[in-house]
Design a protein around this ligand. Structure first.
Ligand SMILES: [Zn+2]
Ligand SMILES: [Zn+2]
Length: 255
């Protein structure tokens, strides 16, 4: 298994980061992709990737913080950070019209700029989209994001949108929400070929059932795998093989 979306740099892991990482290995998590949310978190992600052979980093700015993105200086700053063998993608970037922590024009600008960085660096994109699919997809199209590809993490759209993004050449990833009652995620996962689905935790958030309410961590990606196997009516080993191969293909792993 690969946990393709973890936030181990967050302070929720300050007390036991080392043991959380070894628990993941024991649970069969071969690699962890740690995702930056701003320049500071991206630098810490990269430091983790340098410290642990089984961790890779993604660097970028979350849509929540788009209002601080400086289009004059930040693209070059991000390219410099991304120019490292353990950086496997740009993100998480995208649009979040649910929380609206940054004005939409700022979100769109920071997102388009980061797609340009990804194209310059020939790295795929890790995309965060919440309640903003039409604008997200429009910006991907206008900026030729298909040239680098990417994943819409913790995909939260409908079946039509899931098919649209996969037809565009992108992956979707599924996390703890796949295990929740009344979630739309199982229908999306059922509608998309397994070869286009990645596993993630988005830890420390979105803890899978039956552990909801507790802190999430990479070892729990096994619960997501189990649910996906049930949805696809395959055994867990097969889901493991196919989703691991998909993640390695997207991120160009191992390096
Ligand atoms: Zn996200
Ligand atoms: Zn995230």
């Amino acid at each position: 298994m690969i946990d393709t979306h973890a936030h181990l740099d967050f302070d929720q892991f300050d007390k036991d980061r080392e043991s959380v990482i070894s628990q993941a290995t024991v649970a069969g998590v071969e690699l962890i992709v740690n995702i930056g949310t701003d320049f500071r978190s991206s630098a810490i992600s990269l430091a983790l990737a340098e410290a642990y052979a089984n961790i890779y980093a993604v660097v970028g700015l979350h849509p929540h913080d788009s209002k601080v993105w400086d289009s004059k200086t930040d693209p070059a700053r991000l390219e410099k950070l991304a120019d490292h063998p353990k950086v496997v993608a740009i993100g998480e970037c995208g649009l979040d019209y649910y929380r609206n922590y940054s004005p939409h024009p700022d979100q769109k600008r920071a997102f388009a700029d980061q797609i340009a960085v990804a194209r310059n660096m020939k790295l795929p994109l890790v995309i965060h989209n919440r309640d903003a699919f039409p604008d997200t997809f429009d910006i991907l199209l206008k900026n030729s994001a298909h040239k680098v590809g990417g994943v819409m993490h913790c995909f939260a759209g409908d079946v039509e949108q899931a098919r649209q993004i996969v037809d565009y050449g992108f992956y979707i990833s599924v996390g703890g929400r796949l295990t929740y009652k009344n979630s739309a995620d199982p229908a999306n996962a059922a509608a998309v070929p397994l070869e286009k689905i990645l596993l993630e935790t988005d830890c420390p958030f979105l803890t899978p059932a039956p552990l909801r309410g507790k802190r999430n961590h990479p070892a729990l990606v096994a619960l997501v795998r189990a649910k996906l196997a049930e949805i696809k009516q395959l055994d867990e080993d097969e889901v493991d093989d196919v989703t691991t191969a998909a993640a390695k293909k997207l991120f160009g792993l191992p390096r």
